[in-house]
Design a protein around this ligand. Structure first.
Ligand code: GAL
Length: 422
């Protein structure tokens, strides 16, 4: 809260002194877009949007900031916004959208939303995130599922193993794989990658209700509970199977280890599927996708979205509106998501032409949507404010990097830092 206040003060004085949002900041018929889609498949997917904008006579000014889950992108965005020069559109997700909107940065997209009937197209729990005080301030792009276990079939066949459905089975297979010299779980040692793994583990020990209590309601008793301690214990048990040669390895380098038959598994969102798809059928035929043990039937989601910053030139505003309209179009939704590994934001679009893993995700999403059991990703900023999210990432990351860390202390620390950040 304190950080938010400081940011708000800086912004207010910036607007008062210099007039942050100068009218001619952008050339006509140009849209500058901040995103972090820089891996092979991500870049290929975003090219669809660039091309569709170009077809409408709008130049795409690329503002790509590499770094998985957008951590670096958000830092760069804050400094651009504070200096009064935000891009026309930026990839911002989850409750952070509300933070930006409450500071008065974002543009109201209701005109496009009404013309395209977004309320009918976007599932309600997702539409809620895209609105501030009942008005659309962002356009959703896709739906990713984070609780996936990706399996290299060839490696599993070599050690005569089956896809694990429980954690005891997982550890049996892990032992075999390690003994045979394989990297068991491809994983880069970055806070968001570690937390993507941890959130699935926490779901298995806490259950859906406990997950919500801990990470949405921020209930101190659930954060520092025996079940949370169990989650840290399980996470610690995984430690010997996680080691990757390069500590800061990017997620797509980890995925490349699965592709190149070095690593047997990866637990991460279906952006990994984008990399498998980009590598071609020889690779996709060798990959199996199953839910993380103990999360069968559960759907932890991460929804990518673009927020539009307030601009004053009509031509610039027109280009922004065209961007929002294009993102919601059927053509974009199909073409982009078939490359990205995610599923369309419009649940009623046909999944013909999508790969098997995306179809599985689509079915799991429909079921969780109907059951009202969708769960927001903590690691990908869907569950809490950006401040609480950073606090959680920090605790989880410290824990997995400290060989002598104590699960009980980690749960107590998690409770303390979450309370302090909320
Ligand atoms: C997620 C985002 C995905 C993908 C992934 C890796 O936060 O939802 O679109 O980019 O990070 O960077």
């Amino acid at each position: 809260m304190a950080k938010l206040f400081v940011l708000a003060r800086i912004i207010i004085s910036c607007i008062a002194l210099t007039g942050c949002l100068t009218p001619n900041a952008f050339a006509a018929k140009e849209v500058e877009v901040l995103h972090w889609w820089t891996s092979g498949s991500e870049a290929k997917a975003v090219n669809i949007l660039k091309m569709m904008m170009r077809q409408q006579g709008i130049q795409w000014k690329d503002f790509a900031v590499p770094g998985g889950a957008g951590e670096s992108a958000m830092t760069v965005l804050k400094s651009r916004a504070i200096s009064g020069n935000p891009p026309a559109a930026a990839q911002i997700k989850g409750p952070a959208l509300q933070e930006w909107a409450s500071l008065g940065f974002l543009s109201n997209l209701d005109d496009v939303a009404q013309a395209q009937h977004w309320d009918q197209l976007i599932p309600k729990p997702i539409a809620r995130i895209m609105k501030y005080h009942g008005h659309y301030i962002a356009v959703p792009v896709n739906i990713h599922r984070t609780n996936w276990l990706w399996i290299n079939r060839k490696i599993f066949a070599a050690v005569h193993a089956q896809a694990p459905t429980t954690w005891p089975e997982f550890f049996q297979v892990a032992k075999k794989l390690k003994a045979a010299g394989y990297v068991v779980l491809a994983q880069g040692n970055q806070d968001w990658q570690n937390t993507t793994l941890f959130e699935s583990i926490a779901l298995t020990t806490l259950g859906k209700q406990g997950y919500r209590q801990a990470f949405i309601a921020l209930d101190p008793k659930t954060l520092d509970s025996p079940k949370m301690v169990q989650a840290f214990e399980l996470f610690q048990k995984l430690r010997p199977y996680l080691q990757s040669p390069d500590a800061g390895q990017a997620w797509n380098q980890a995925t490349a280890e699965v592709i190149n038959n070095k690593a047997a598994m990866q637990i991460t969102g279906d952006w990994a599927n984008g990399e498998f798809l980009a590598a071609g059928p020889k690779v996709t035929n060798n990959i199996d996708c199953v839910p993380v043990p103990g999360t069968q039937g559960d759907f932890i989601y991460s929804v990518d979205s673009f927020a539009m910053f307030q601009l004053s030139e009509p031509a610039d505003i027109g280009a922004q509106r065209a961007l929002a309209r294009t993102i919601m179009s059927k053509t974009f939704q199909r073409r982009f998501n078939q490359i990205k590994g995610s599923i369309p934001i419009r649940p009623h679009l046909s999944m013909q032409g999508f790969d098997d893993c995306s179809r599985k995700a689509h079915r799991a999403f429909a079921k969780s949507l109907a059951d009202k059991s969708l769960l927001p990703s903590v690691a990908h900023g869907m569950a809490t404010t950006s401040y609480v999210q950073s606090a959680i990432l920090d605790v989880v990351n410290h824990f997995i990097n400290d060989p002598s860390a104590k699960p009980q202390q980690a749960a107590a620390r998690l409770m303390r830092v979450v309370l302090a950040a909320s």
